[in-house]
Design a protein around this ligand. Sequence first.
Ligand code: ADP
Ligand code: MG
Length: 640
Amino acid sequence: MKPEEILKKQWGYDSFKPLQKEAIEAALAGRDSLVVLPTGGGKSLCYQLPAAMGGKGLVLVVSPLIALMDDQVAAAREAGLMADAVHSNLQADKRDDTYWRLSEGVTELLYVSPERLLAGDLLKYISGRVILAAVDEAHCVSHWGHEFRPEYRRLTEVLDQFPKAARMALTATATPEVQEDICAQLGLRSPLRLIGHPDRPNLVYRALPRRDQLAQVLEIARRYAGSGGIVYAQTRKDVERLAEGLKKEGISCAPYHAGLNAGDRRRAQDDFVNERLDVIVATIAFGMGIDRSNVRYVAHANTPRSVEHYQQESGRAGRDGLPAECLLLFAASDLALHRYLAKKDVDLPPERERALERQLREIGRYAVSPVCRHRLLTEHFGAPYPPAETVLKECVFEEAFCKEGDGDIYQEPDRAQGCGACDVCLGETKSLPAEEALLTAKKALSAAWRAEGRYGTGYVVNLLLGRVNDRMTANGHDQLKVFGLLKDSGEAAVRSWIDQLIVQDFLEVTEEGEYPLLRITEAGRGLCNGRGAVRLGMPVPARVKGRKKAKALKGKAACGLGVDQELFERLRSLRRALADKAGIPPYVIFHDSVLIEMSASKPETLDDLRGIKGIGEKKLEKYGRLFLDAISGRLKQPQV
Ligand code: ADP
Ligand code: MG
């Protein structure tokens, strides 16, 4: 059978996603490859399909995510593959079967953790049979990346034992620098480089100044009530406080951080993946093992450590290709905390310190520049924006967004206006005209200058807003010309501008003394004297842009024309019941997109079902009748 036929038969898909075919053909021809595709780009299929070619041999997959391996195995088996996993958490009762299948040579796809592979005892079972060795999350091999794993550095020792097997390194986030590192460290032999476009057109990005953390997080959580969401916060305290606040408002959620015991953590993760829980509030300890495909939003209540982290974490939204939202709440103080934490217990060598500073500057720029967020992210990974036509065609907005303007509906993205899918291009954040930006910056900078670096941000904000207090009067600062210079702009805007000036290096926060102090930099003085350029943005008040938009991007994945919402929910509970019974995550059975299509087209026969994207032969046989009965109403309650 040809790859296309297998794709249709086993996965129920009509066509390949960009670069999948190329990756598969390289593997089948025995050629090494580097595959960089964004999250949700369909990387797994690149190594799973060669395993499904039948009788060719074994595909080995190295993956660092033990928690995820079992789900991946379950998904591959649902597609009809003979898949197994070997890792330290493998249950004793499964181990014997797994090794028996390996020694009999019936395993087609084997997931293995780097530690288990390096231990060496597996080699005798597999060495003659490996046709493809795939290394997933390959960025872990690089110091320059964001999740360095020392064991990854040693993988070539083992890979060299399979000289005939093709190697395939896969990752979602890799700057050109990291790509080079991957090829070198994994010993790829003149690899075919398949670099996809990093843009995620189904995601709406918003980066806003943080004013009231809980209120801003609540706003997005309410909009998506009943759907999956992840909230990231910087510290355990923030996590606890936010989770508490969300719970009070009736949102089904749990905290997740390294301070909780392993049992609680595992339960929270399981409940989230199995859709018994809508929202996880977590430090970045959470997420590596999360493949739930219908996460409708990822909200960062604090600024992440780098753009790479942001891409990776926010990328957990909308893996299913349906619309999803990524919100980042920015404050310059988060960057200072990252800096402090990174240096707290170690003396960073100068090059690591420079890398840290660069990363903080870049994520700060992302958060405050009044420039299209899709563009900023894409360009960070070395790709042009907008992407070529072929990539845009992949965009699912047209199908998935409601099109009729009945007031409760999100504005349809308009690609003529930039990406049409970020706060800047949607007109929610506007850029100040150049002259106004310069004038505003000069006002803020001159206040900091007059304060001579002896006061904190709060004091300078009060100075600019013309707020009198005892300290201000005692210092005689209420008599300064800069006093009240920005009093018409409001505190939120002034604070945000100061953050923006910090990110652009016109101001800095020093921490030599007991308190952090705000100080003008050399570049800041230069700007006041007419040297250099500045860019400032500000959120457009909700009043002006209208409430409509803000509440509009509803959490309902089934926001499409002709979708029977009640039926969708019924199919969702049937899916959950089946998943619970089988001990696998619901998305492994069918993605939301499949349920949405069922709820819209209401298929009556198995043949109708066969036409739906994502239903292969095996799933049709296993679940087809049940879902048809649920759709026709013959199956009232999900009884499985
Ligand atoms: P990645 O590892 O790149 O983040 P996955 O391998 O998890 O992505 O795939 C993301 C989703 O895309 C999965 O649900 C998968 O079933 C789906 N998918 C993969 N290939 C195709 C295809 N050719 N057509 C439609 N959907 C696909
Ligand atoms: Mg993957």
